[in-house]
Design a protein around this ligand. Structure first.
Ligand SMILES: *Cc1c(COP(=O)(O)O)cnc(C)c1O
Length: 367
């Protein structure tokens, strides 16, 4: 009989915390429908597991990145409709139409492709018209909207069921975002003269937390569900952290003064130092940019500075001040004592990248 060795590093996921954070979003926006965003494996938390937990709660769509993620949701028996957030590729569209998944269109060409597929299968296909109110990633420009409206009206099998946009700097530039809300409202008002829009949406977590958006009746929270508010807000302390990243000590040794630690010898001991080797590295998503930035890990009740560069599968930490430590001891890398926001700041990136960078080698454990 084969027996599996315990993982060197793993992620504990708290699905109840994610459900709690969705409730917080719902309480904050009682009159707004919700599209929990579960793309990129629910930000590293596990696509099917998170979707299954939230599927019960009467939500409108699940936001996904592509047809493959939509397929995984439907194969997992999820009833909520997937909404493909970005532009679709031509090869994805037949499957999207056949399954009645929801997609955006930015151009006449995309809409025409959906029209011909829907006609081929004798179906009506519901799309959301994407508007580019400033993001520069997808959507029709406001100046080109009337031409798009005219083209869409010639497509009997394509129904414009919604209008969407996306803020580029809701968490950084309030006046710009307020102007964008006005522009979005104007576009929606014009579209409503031509289409029966059931869904209008522009806000992700930051927009949702920071602004009144009377033209919208649907919001797309992502990061918020995973316990982090993108802006300092009343939600800090109300949202619950949703994951813990842990590893284990593999070795504890004492290095003499003047001994280098890790590649490049960027760190050198100045005195005899007890060094723990820990079984996690950048291949797991413990970002290599944390090297030499003052990152710390938490072992047996003590903060321990990480020493030298992050390697592919291992890191080292100074444990000279930890009285009891032995191989096998657990190491907290993200969790109650080390917030993910600290890691993102030290790695000079954003929390979204830390979450989605957690690698496939890390088992996800659900409680
Ligand atoms: C990823 C994404 C979201 C969710 O963003 P958060 O900032 O994580 O809340 C919402 N809308 C679109 C279009 C996205 O691509």
């Amino acid at each position: 009989m084969q027996h599996e060795s315990p993982p060197r590093a793993w992620v504990d996921v708290d699905l109840e915390a994610i459900a709690h954070n969705l409730d917080i979003a719902r309480q904050a926006l009682p009159d707004t429908q919700l599209m929990p965003v579960v793309k990129a494996g629910a930000y590293g938390h596990g696509l099917e597991q998170v979707a299954r937990r939230l599927d019960k709660d009467g939500i409108t769509f699940f936001g996904v990145a592509n047809a493959g993620e939509a397929r995984r949701l439907s194969q997992a028996g999820i009833r909520t409709k997937p909404f493909i957030l970005g532009p679709t590729f031509p090869e994805e569209r037949e499957e999207i139409v056949l399954n009645n998944w929801c997609a955006t269109v930015s151009t006449v060409e995309e809409a025409q492709h959906f029209q011909s597929l829907a006609a081929l299968y004798d179906k009506t296909f519901l799309v959301h018209l994407a508007l580019d109110t400033g993001m520069g990633r997808e959507g029709v420009l406001p100046s080109e909207m009337s031409g798009m409206i005219a083209a869409l009206k010639q497509m009997p099998n394509v129904v414009v069921d919604g209008a969407m946009s996306h803020f580029p700097c809701a968490d950084e530039d309030v006046p710009y975002t307020q102007d964008e809300i006005t522009l979005f409202s104007d576009c929606v008002a014009e579209l409503k003269q031509h289409f029966r829009l059931r869904f209008c949406h522009i806000a992700a977590s930051a927009g949702e937390l920071g602004y009144e958006i009377p033209a919208a009746n649907l919001a797309r929270p992502g990061l918020l569900l995973y316990g982090v508010a993108p802006m300092a807000s009343i939600y800090d302390g109300v949202l619950r952290p949703t994951l813990k990243l842990s590893s284990r000590v593999s070795l504890v040794r004492t290095l003499p003064a003047g001994h280098g630690v890790s590649y490049g010898r960027t760190y050198c001991t100045t005195e005899p130092t007890r060094v723990a080797t820990i079984g996690i590295g950048y291949a797991d998503g413990w970002n290599r940019h944390l090297s030499g930035k003052g990152a710390r890990v938490y072992i047996n009740g003590h903060y321990c500075p990480m020493l030298g560069r992050v390697t592919m599968d291992q890191i080292m930490a100074d444990v000279s001040h930890v009285p009891f430590i032995a191989p096998g001891d657990e190491v907290e890398l993200i969790g109650p004592n080390i917030p993910v926001t600290e890691i993102a700041r030290l790695a000079e990136t954003i929390v979204w990248e830390i979450f989605t960078g957690l690698g496939p080698r890390l088992p996800r454990l659900y409680h």
